[in-house]
Design a protein around this ligand. Structure first.
Ligand SMILES: NC(=O)c1ccc[n+]([C@@H]2O[C@H](COP(=O)([O-])OP(=O)(O)OC[C@H]3O[C@@H](n4cnc5c(N)ncnc54)[C@H](OP(=O)(O)O)[C@@H]3O)[C@@H](O)[C@H]2O)c1
Length: 246
């Protein structure tokens, strides 16, 4: 089902001062841009990576000022709970969980590997849900918080070679929709931004010669994440991302 279009608001970077954010998928293109924006805007950021060797690399990348990095393997609930407690103790109560993790893979059904669907479900739904379940309880206690993840505008459109990918993103959309309903009245919000193709180095490398004029610029995606977290407008909880915020 397509969501009604709703405007994605711009966010004044200075308004993130003092906010505590948890970011998943920071080793990726969107996640990295989200962390950079958040730190420039004065937020404190706890970054969940999924492999232990990424802790040192990520710390070297983003520094230690206002940053905490911890390892939460894909669906390890205990690690997620420990990470949430560590983030709370070191940085303060968590204002928003920004899940920028996810994966894409294209393959025709029958030619895909046995684990392809499972891998996509893990990256696009299970890992998000694992972080969210570790943080939603304290957000509810505080009656404040946002959980935002990244869906896909491809959901509802179908397409050859992307059944596994779209199924995993459709599952994410429905999970967010139900979670948002469950959270009504708690002061906590769940949302997903729903971009089409994002203008990333990977996409440019994978699709040389593509018409990039219809791709969504990275800064628009990043602002959409923060708008969904802190300044939701329109119908939600799924927010289409227009190519421009102007
Ligand atoms: N790029 C696009 O055109 C586009 C369009 C629509 C939606 N999206 C969505 O936007 C989000 C960010 O995309 P991106 O372009 O930044 O992707 P990316 O550069 O490939 O980064 C993906 C991130 O997800 C993490 N990840 C991969 N598999 C995971 C798993 N099984 N469990 C937990 N984390 C996992 C990666 O961590 P590792 O480094 O550890 O692998 C990485 O941090 C994704 O949800 C993607 O589906 C992207």
């Amino acid at each position: 089902m397509r969501e009604r279009a709703s405007p994605v608001m711009t966010q004044d970077p200075t308004s993130l001062s003092g906010k505590v954010l948890v970011v998943g998928g920071a080793s990726g293109q969107v996640g990295g841009a989200v962390v950079r924006y958040a730190l420039e805007a004065g937020a404190r950021v706890a970054i969940a990576v999924r492999k232990s060797w990424q802790v040192e690399k990520t710390t070297a990348q983003f520094g230690t000022k206002s940053v905490l990095v911890g390892c939460v393997p894909d669906v390890d609930g205990e690690a997620a709970a420990g990470f949430a407690k560590g983030a709370n103790d070191a940085l303060g109560p968590i204002d928003a969980l920004l899940c920028c993790n996810g994966a894409f893979a294209a393959s025709e059904i029958g030619r895909d590997s046995t684990g392809d669907l499972q891998d996509l479900m893990t990256a696009n739904l299970f890992a998000v849900a694992n972080l969210a379940r570790a943080m939603v309880g304290s957000m509810k206690q505080r009656r404040l918080g946002s959980i935002v993840c990244v869906g896909s505008a491809g959901v509802g459109l179908g397409g050859a070679g992307v059944a596994n990918y779209l199924a995993s993103k459709a599952a994410l959309h429905e999970w967010v929709r139900a979670l948002a309903a469950e959270l009504v009245g708690t002061g906590v919000r769940a949302a997903a931004i729903v971009p089409s193709t994002i203008d990333t180095p990977s996409n440019r490398a994978a699709m040389p010669g593509a018409d990039t004029s219809q791709w969504v610029p990275m800064d628009v995606v990043v602002r959409a994440m923060f708008a969904a977290a802190f300044a939701p407008v329109g119908s939600g909880p799924l927010y289409p991302v227009p190519r421009s915020t102007s």
